[in-house]
Design a protein around this ligand. Structure first.
Ligand SMILES: Nc1ncnc2c1ncn2[C@@H]1O[C@H](COP(=O)(O)OP(=O)(O)O)[C@@H](O)[C@H]1O
Ligand SMILES: C[C@@](O)(CCOP(=O)(O)OP(=O)(O)O)CC(=O)O
Length: 474
């Protein structure tokens, strides 16, 4: 193991997101969306893998100890003709399902690192272990589990302990104890907080911080955060099939902001990983030395939250397909240009108003601007034949808005059946009333809705104190 191994151990975390207003319109560069970061974070701990003298290992291992069968081992090689670093998932023992977002991120980030630090291209990468720890709100509690604790060894009938590192996590307070969900990642029920953007961002930041010297990458500097943003956007877009506006990666890096997307054409000329010229083209795009390529706007100063007000998320026990919803809305927009322009401009006006009201702390006006946001989203859904604010959500939100302390509500992001955002007074009494309301509503209706712990928060990516994660360090 290298002498400076201790210094290379790093923990980075990024927040989840809620697009409070601006769904669909934010896909168009003419418009903006109001996005808040969330207190639920995904942490990635990067550390060297210690090797015995004489043993040569060239592996990068990514593990998600909260899920079954979630250790991904990768070998890597340098591709000729400037094709960059390509990783290959290694299988041994029980076959492990590929993790497309992780694999894609490794291809992009290792290529970038080898391009800016030539010693990596010639001498290779020291083996590294990357541990992913997601705050529990990213996934619904497994139905059979009664408490927040990780299963004990004795309760492990299905081999889930095998996914855990040798030193078990025992911390109770900070950071919150990560739950084992007792399932594979594929079968986990996501709550829609933006896990892929947060993991791609944290993994990218952890790899850059772990492998590059501070002179080349230091998360504390605006220049490095720009590199992180650009690289994470490119990797996430590639893994996602270039369909999103990138608001989720922007908020994972910068936290809450009014977001205007980058031109989709920006990524058009980039070869795929492994293709000739990929490495140089990627580094040029990410570094964007003259600042001419990345035209996204991330306005943090336009976003705020009045003291005593919280944005809270409700998890609704139903699924929603963002991609097919976007496709249908776009079909409607393309066939009804004039009407769509009116609806989009109307929503933009409300997005700006909402940002202004929240920023200026006008608590009493929050409901007055969120109401019209809901009306426009509902109408957009009706016009395009997409359940953006379906009747079941409409009825629930209308009733929820009658609970004392609730200032307004909205179906966030693309809308649909799976989530609701509530802007409410940030006190225990309001929380109690909201929980009681949701319990009663779930009892009387055929949906299960629950208030999650997560709250809107303004901070983006950050380095964490490694000492708080020492039980995970091997
Ligand atoms: N804890 C985790 N560990 C490893 N990969 C994860 C984790 N959570 C999410 N991912 C990655 O993100 C993908 C989920 O992305 P996606 O379906 O777009 O959901 P979301 O809307 O939450 O971003 C997973 O398939 C996996 O590749
Ligand atoms: C439609 C959108 O404008 C907003 C979607 O927001 P969600 O928060 O619903 O997104 P997912 O987490 O991917 O389901 C698409 C976009 O801007 O990427």
């Amino acid at each position: 193991m290298a002498d400076d191994a201790g210094d290379r151990t790093v923990v980075v975390s990024s927040p989840g997101k809620v697009l409070l207003a601006g769904g669909y319109i934010v896909l168009d560069r003419k418009h903006t969306g109001l996005v808040f970061g969330l207190s639920a974070r995904i942490h990635v701990l990067a550390q060297e893998i210690p090797t015995s003298a004489g043993v040569h290992l060239s592996e990068i291992v990514v593990q998600s100890p909260q899920f079954l069968n979630s250790t991904w081992r990768f070998g890597y090689h340098l591709v000729e003709d400037g094709g960059g670093i390509k990783v290959t998932q290694l299988q041994s023992g029980t076959p492990v399902e590929p993790n497309h977002f992780v694999e894609t991120t490794l291809n992009y980030v290792l290529t970038y690192i080898a391009q800016v630090d030539k010693s990596k291209a010639s001498h290779g990468f020291q083996p590294a272990s990357l541990l992913v720890l997601a705050d529990n709100d990213y996934y619904s509690k497994p139905k059979h589990s009664s408490s927040s604790s990780r299963p004990s060894s004795s309760s492990s009938a299905d081999g889930e302990e095998a996914a855990l590192p040798p030193t078990a996590p025992l911390q109770t307070e900070k950071p919150p104890r990560p739950r084992h969900f007792g399932t594979t990642l594929r079968n986990a029920h996501k709550t829609g907080l933006g896990s892929s953007a947060a993991i791609v961002t944290s993994l990218t930041a952890a790899l850059l911080s772990h492998y590059l010297p501070p002179a080349l990458f230091d998360l504390a500097t605006p220049a490095s955060r720009r590199v992180l943003h650009n690289l994470a956007q490119v990797a996430h877009c590639s893994a996602q099939g270039k369909i999103g506006s990138g608001f989720d990666v922007a908020s994972a890096v910068y936290g809450s902001c009014l977001y205007r997307r980058f031109s989709p054409a920006l990524l058009g000329g980039l070869p795929n990983p492994g293709e000739p010229g990929f490495a140089a083209a990627l580094a040029a795009l990410v570094d964007d030395v003259d600042g001419s390529r990345w035209d996204c706007e991330i306005a943090k100063e336009k976003v705020g939250l009045p003291a005593g007000v919280a944005i809270r998320m409700c998890d609704v026990d139903c699924g929603t397909q963002t991609v097919s919803m976007v496709k249908k809305v776009h079909e409607w927009r393309d066939g009804n240009k004039e009407a769509a322009e009116g609806v989009y401009a109307g929503l933009q006006k409300r997005v700006d108003e909402l940002a202004g009201v929240l920023r200026e702390g006008k608590m009493e006006e929050i409901g007055k601007v969120l109401g019209p946001v809901r009306d426009i989203m509902r109408k957009l859904g009706q016009d395009s034949g997409v359940p953006i604010e379906p009747e079941s959500q409409e009825a629930m939100l209308n009733a929820l808005e009658g609970v004392e302390g609730v200032l307004g509500s909205v179906v966030p992001g693309a809308g649909g059946y799976d989530a609701a955002a509530v802007v409410m007074r940030d006190d225990a009494e309001t929380e109690k009333r909201v929980r009681a309301f949701l319990r009663e509503w779930s009892g009387k209706n055929e949906i299960q809705v629950r208030l999650m712990k997560v709250k809107g928060e303004t901070e983006g990516v950050r380095k964490e104190d490694v000492g708080e994660f020492k039980v995970w360090i091997t």
